[in-house]
Structures are given as structure tokens and as C-alpha cells.
Design a protein around this ligand. Structure first.
Ligand code: UGA
Length: 332
């Protein structure tokens, strides 16, 4: 299979590309190497992927929010399916940089839908977010729950992506699957996220910024479990048969939570990071951040039923795996 992977230099994009290449697919990666976080980390991820992929991996350096540039970059290149993981991520950053989100997550998402439509791809799998649930009081969060009250612009753009995708599934019968990722962590992760930030600071004996005094819970999902789920979904496009799909669409549009199905206290994660680093953390207890959600917990019934999704990595394994990778990567 020939797969276009957007955000191929990103955390999840590079990991998905790696496994697609390992099983023999061809991958056309696209990424603009946005400096939101370390571009040398993005380069290192791509280097790893290109070693695995050899001549079955090609990388295009292009911003997919630029439609003319995107069309030009893709001209003469073919692909059967798309995994659209490129985005402006981060909940808290969206309060200070809203236009980065409208550009990548709204215009960019529309551009990828247009490419999928023009190329008549067999399936488009795209990234949504657990943040669409906002302050949902009902736990765990299920794809049937209403998600009309986002707490951040980031969440609002991800919800908008789901709506745009629904219209393309309806109007153009484009098979699409949206995945609501739940706080993904692990080796080659994102430096703006909690597990990375805390590990970095604990190893430097610097205080860690703990929001809401640590009274937060997240469904932390390990990268290998995520990759397995993304690829299982990619392999099975929703049928255009009028039956209701996960999330309620009667178009060929399925929507799933992809999480670990366990809600863990942030303070427990800090304990695991301390243990793996062999050092105590200095806590800088801070107030709740605007836009943040106090708790997430994924109901994964739908993706387990339809795609056999079964996460196998508890945080007790995943956190030390990350810390060990981090120390090896930076030689500390
Ligand atoms: C993450 C990603 O940043 C989003 O891109 C993604 O869409 C989202 O997961 C999701 O699951 O949908 P978040 O859950 O906030 O967002 O992930 P982290 O940044 O790792 O934060 C996890 C927890 O640690 C939160 O409770 C946060 O408030 C807390 N935290 C984070 C801190 O206490 N201090 C920090 O410095 C960073």
C-alpha cells in the first residue's frame, strides 16, 4: 500500500511511518518542520524513519496549509490512503497563538480533505483529540457523548476537523476515520508535553511546574499502542452502506477514542518519573491553566469492537521506557 503520512516528522507521524515501512508499505511523508519545538528532534525522527524505509520512504518538506504549494509538491506522486497526523498541537499554547491553530488545523485539514477527494483515496485517517470532550462530567468519555463545549481553541479546531470530515464523507463519499487521541507519550515524544517536561527537569534538578497543584487525571496512552490502533483503523475503511458508524454517522465516517482506558493521577506519573530517574522531583505547585481539562478517561469500546484495539502498556512500563530512551538519546 502507498500511504501519505502528514506530520511525518512528528511524534505519532514518524512512529506510524516506521511501522508501515517495516511491514512493507511505501510511505510518502510530508512535514514543514515547524519550530514550535526542536526541529533537530524532528530531523532525528525522520533520519530513523529513512534508515528503516530506504527507497520506500520519501519525505517532502512542505506546509500543507499552503494549498498551491501542497498540490505542486504532490504532483506526479501517487498514494492509496492518507494518515493525517500533522497539526498545531498543544492545549495551552492555543491561548496565545490562536492563528497557528486556524492555519494548520482548519485550513490545513481542509486542504488534506481536498487532496483526498481529488485523488479519490481509499481511506483518510485523521487525528482528533480527547480535548473535544471539554469538561464532560460523564466518565469515561464515549464517542456517543455530545462534544459541543470545548474549553480551548485547540479543542474547537479538532471538533471542527470532525465536522468538516463528516461533510466530505457525505458529499463525496470519502471514507474517513477520526481518532481522538488521549495524551500520547513514549520514546521520541513531544517536548512540550508533561512526561517529557518533567523528565527533563527532574534530571537537571530543576523544579517541575505542576498545574492545578497536581489534582489532574489523564488517560495516558503509550505510543506503541497508538500506532497499532492507527494502522488497524487504516486497514479497515468504514463501509458506505448507510449503517450507523461509531460516533453516529451514517456516512462512511467512523470516530473513535484511542486511549489506554485508565485515568491516572498526574501525581502518580510524577512518582514513576522520579523512580525511573532515580531522583526526587521539586514540585512548583501552580494554579489550573486556562483551557485545561481536569480529567480525561477514554471509553474504548467502539475501537476495541471494530478494530480489536487492546492497549497493553501500563504507565508503570511506559514511563520507564520513555525515561530510558530520553537518557540514551541525550546521553545523560
Ligand atoms: C495532550 C496534547 O498536548 C494534545 O496535543 C493532545 O491533543 C491532548 O493531549 C489530548 O489528549 O487530546 P494534555 O493532556 O494537556 O494534552 O497533555 P500534557 O501536556 O502531557 O499534560 C498532561 C497533564 O499534565 C495535564 O493535566 C497538564 O495540566 C499537566 N501538566 C502538563 C503539568 O502539570 N505541567 C506541565 O508542565 C505540563
Amino acid at each position: 500500500m502507498d500511504v501519505l503520512v502528514t506530520g511525518a516528522a512528528g511524534f505519532i507521524g514518524a512512529a506510524v511511518a516506521e511501522v508501515l515501512l517495516q511491514r512493507g508499505d511505501r510511505v510518502l511523508g510530508i512535514d514543514n518542520f515547524d519550530p514550535y519545538y526542536s526541529t533537530s528532534l524532528k530531523e532525528a525522527r525522520c533520519q530513523r524513519v529513512s534508515v528503516i524505509g530506504a527507497d520506500r520512504f520519501e519525505l517532502i518538506r512542505q506546509d500543507f496549509a499552503d494549498m498551491a504549494g501542497l498540490e505542486q509538491a504532490l504532483a506526479g506522486r501517487s498514494f492509496d490512503r492518507i494518515v493525517h497526523l500533522g497539526a498545531q498541537p498543544g492545549v495551552r499554547y492555543s491561548l496565545t497563538h490562536p492563528h497557528a491553530y486556524s492555519r494548520s488545523n482548519l485550513v490545513g485539514h481542509l486542504n488534506i480533505l481536498e487532496i483526498a477527494r481529488a485523488r479519490e483515496v481509499e481511506h483518510l485517517v485523521y487525528a482528533s483529540s480527547s480535548s473535544v470532550y471539554g469538561g464532560n462530567a460523564k466518565l469515561p468519555f464515549a464517542v456517543e457523548d455530545r462534544v459541543d463545549h470545548p474549553l480551548s481553541l485547540y479543542a474547537a479546531t479538532k471538533k471542527a476537523d470532525e465536522l468538516m470530515s463528516e461533510t466530505y464523507a457525505h458529499l463525496f463519499r470519502l471514507p474517513v476515520t477520526g481518532l481522538r487521541f488521549f495524551t500520547v507519550y513514549g520514546p521520541w515524544g513531544r517536548p512540550d508535553m508533561m512526561v517529557w517536561r518533567f523528565t527533563e527537569r527532574v534530571l537537571r534538578d530543576e523544579p517541575i511546574p505542576v498545574y492545578n497543584g497536581g489534582e489532574m487525571m489523564r488517560d495516558f496512552t503509550y505510543i506503541d499502542d497508538i500506532v497499532a490502533g492507527v494502522i488497524n483503523c487504516l486497514d479497515a475503511p468504514p463501509a458506505d452502506d448507510g449503517t450507523a458508524k461509531a460516533g453516529g454517522s451514517t456516512k462512511p465516517h467512523a470516530l473513535y477514542n484511542i486511549g489506554n482506558n485508565r485515568s491516572e493521577p498526574v501525581m502518580k506519573m510524577i512518582g514513576l518519573i522520579e523512580e525511573a530517574c532515580g531522583r526526587r522531583a521539586q514540585l512548583d505547585l501552580l494554579p489550573m491553566q486556562p483551557g485545561d481539562v481536569t480529567q480525561t478517561h477514554a471509553d474504548i469500546t467502539a475501537i476495541s469492537r471494530d478494530h480489536g484495539f487492546a492497549p497493553t502498556t501500563p504507565v508503570e512500563i511506559g514511563v520507564p521506557n520513555f525515561v530510558n530512551w530520553y537518557r540514551a538519546f541525550y546521553g545523560i
